[in-house]
Design a protein around this ligand. Structure first.
Ligand SMILES: Nc1ncnc2c1ncn2[C@@H]1O[C@H](COP(=O)(O)OP(=O)(O)OP(=O)(O)O)[C@@H](O)[C@H]1O
Ligand SMILES: [Mg+2]
Length: 270
């Protein structure tokens, strides 16, 4: 972990500096019909911080992330990125943010290189020589140079996750959002991805929000951790507090004990 009081991000391509951004979630509630997913959530992420959001499956982590990129709109409350409302289209013109999707969302019909180049081409952000420079630099940062001409369908799960991160990096984001970046990976590849996220934050000072079930990731790279349960933010604090959580529900979520005498599956709702 490094100093989170930094105030500017550094471009991985040109070295130029941009202001690092804060995120403010203010009394956010979200319902789908009668189904309440998020209940009055409030927290703030400081510029340059790694904030890890944990919580059981279905607790609303992905829905919360989608509010940051305007893919979901609040039922009440609001989300601000710096002073800009995340639900406004213009915010995405003012702040560069990138979401690394839970399932990668890569195009199998395009090569890895073209997946990375797509955003730059669509937004006409550089000529082909400039695009080549940025794409190759992003691939190099993620040790993916040899995968440039492959289709994502030819890659392992760990490589796909790295390609999804490289594609986000090409956008030179001030804010990186990761949805389950280490899920479905072996522990070593999970640790590798954690190291990548921490390195991107340290070298480029990108504000990062990481949604994850991965306790090791949270303990090792988070500046702060929030835990969502049943749509509520039930815990917010430094990762050290997760080593021996006082709340038995949080302790059971982080380090469940397998109990064959009183198995959980008997208590599952149908
Ligand atoms: N567009 C939608 N319409 C209706 N319900 C939705 C919609 N999106 C999400 N939900 C519901 O909201 C709840 C939270 O979903 P979400 O995807 O945020 O969970 P999650 O915490 O990311 O879970 P996981 O860890 O399994 O990814 C789930 O019950 C889900 O079915
Ligand atoms: Mg999810």
């Amino acid at each position: 972990m490094s100093d989170s009081g930094t105030t500017s991000t550094v471009s991985p391509f040109s070295g130029t500096e941009n202001p690092a951004v804060s995120v403010t979630v203010e009394n956010l509630s979200k319902s789908f019909g009668d189904f309440v997913v998020l209940k009055d959530i409030s927290f703030q992420v400081q510029p340059g911080e790694i904030f890890v959001l944990m919580g059981p499956s279905g607790s609303g982590k992905s829905v919360l992330l989608k509010h940051l990129v305007g893919l979901e709109l609040p039922s009440s409350g609001r989300v601000l990125i710096d002073k800009y409302d995340a639900s406004h289209e213009e915010t995405r013109e003012k702040i560069r943010l990138a979401l690394v999707f839970q399932a990668g969302a890569l195009f199998n019909s395009l090569s890895v290189y073209d997946n990375l180049a797509l955003y730059l081409r669509e937004h006409r952000l550089a000529d082909e020589a400039g695009i080549n420079e940025k794409v190759m630099r992003a691939l190099q940062i993620l040790s993916l140079e040899n995968a440039a001409r492959k289709s994502p369908s030819e890659l392992s799960g760990g490589m796909k996750k790295r390609v999804a991160i490289a594609r986000a990096l090409v956008m030179e984001p001030q804010l990186m959002l990761y949805d389950e970046p280490t899920s479905e990976l072996d522990p070593v590849m999970g640790a590798t991805i954690s190291e990548i996220i921490a390195t991107l934050k340290d070298q480029y000072r990108v504000t990062s929000i990481v949604v994850s079930h991965d306790r090791d990731l949270a303990l090792n790279i988070a500046d702060r951790v929030g835990i969502l349960m049943g749509g509520k933010l039930v815990h917010l604090g430094p990762p050290s507090e997760l080593r021996q959580p006082k709340d038995p529900v949080i302790a059971d979520f982080l380090q469940p004990v397998i109990d064959l005498k009183n198995p959980r599956f008997k208590k599952l709702e149908t």
